[in-house]
Ligand binder design. Structure first.
Ligand code: HMS
Length: 230
């Protein structure tokens, strides 16, 4: 008799997995809404709290065709646990981030044009405006070029963000990876990353950039992260 060892979603996580399938699917509409992706590029995932599982986009499926049922449940070694499609090409990268960073609940990846142009140059985006201090707490760093499919991208994301307040990293020659306490926060970081990449690009066309003083960056980041909003 053979014992089926394929991983499954534990009963106690079924409800959360269904909620996250709908939530992660809905977050993908934010990538197209803010023009952060082209065709089927980009992806979003969410960690399943209390389980070594994540919910991620299926690979190469058109955004307009995505449904909650299309989202793929994988374990944190990148193996499919539940899903009718192959998971994203970046599943290993997302899984590595979740394994290495217990504080991360969501990961997003885009090819947003201005931020990806900075990544193509291998140039960090200098913190020259308050919006960068607020969301990123400093410059947006550049991570190493890495081929797609294995652990290399995830390793590069984790290593580059280590010691950084930024939730975004520009992976050299590739695009943006962002992390957050949840998937919505990761997507927000991707939206804001493209916004500031565009603004700083325009600013630099007109003359030299002036990085904000570190003490102002610290004060702005603290206010935004701990006081701003409701
Ligand atoms: O850039 C890459 C891989 O990092 C693209 O293939 C990616 O944006 C989209 O791939 P998936 O459709 O998620 O498999």
């Amino acid at each position: 008799m053979t014992t089926d060892t394929s991983p499954t979603v534990p009963e106690e996580h079924h409800g959360e997995v269904e909620r996250l399938r709908a939530h992660v699917c809905a977050l993908h509409t934010e990538l197209t809404r803010w023009n952060l992706v082209t065709w089927t590029s980009g992806n979003v995932s969410a960690r399943v709290p209390g389980a070594d599982l994540m919910v991620i986009k299926p690979s190469g499926v058109s955004y307009e065709d995505l449904s909650p049922e299309d989202m793929v449940v994988c374990d944190l070694d990148g193996r499919v646990v539940e899903g009718r499609h192959k998971p994203s090409s970046d599943t290993a990268a997302h899984a590595h981030v979740y394994r290495a960073r217990p504080d991360v609940g969501g990961v997003a990846h885009t090819h947003s044009p201005y931020a990806t142009a900075w990544a193509a140059r291998g140039e960090a985006i200098p913190c020259a405006i308050t919006a960068m201090a607020d969301e990123f707490g400093g410059d947006i760093p550049v991570g190493p070029f890495a081929l797609i499919g294995g652990d290399d991208i995830g390793r590069g994301v984790v290593a580059t963000l280590d010691g950084h307040r930024s939730p975004a990293v520009l992976m050299r020659g590739h695009g943006v990876f962002t992390v957050g306490a949840n998937a919505r926060a990761a997507v927000k970081a991707a939206v804001m990353c493209e916004d500031v990449a565009h603004t700083i690009h325009i600013a630099r066309q007109g003359g030299p950039l002036h990085r904000l003083p570190q003490e102002h960056i610290d004060a702005l980041h603290d206010r935004y992260q701990n006081v701003y909003g409701q």
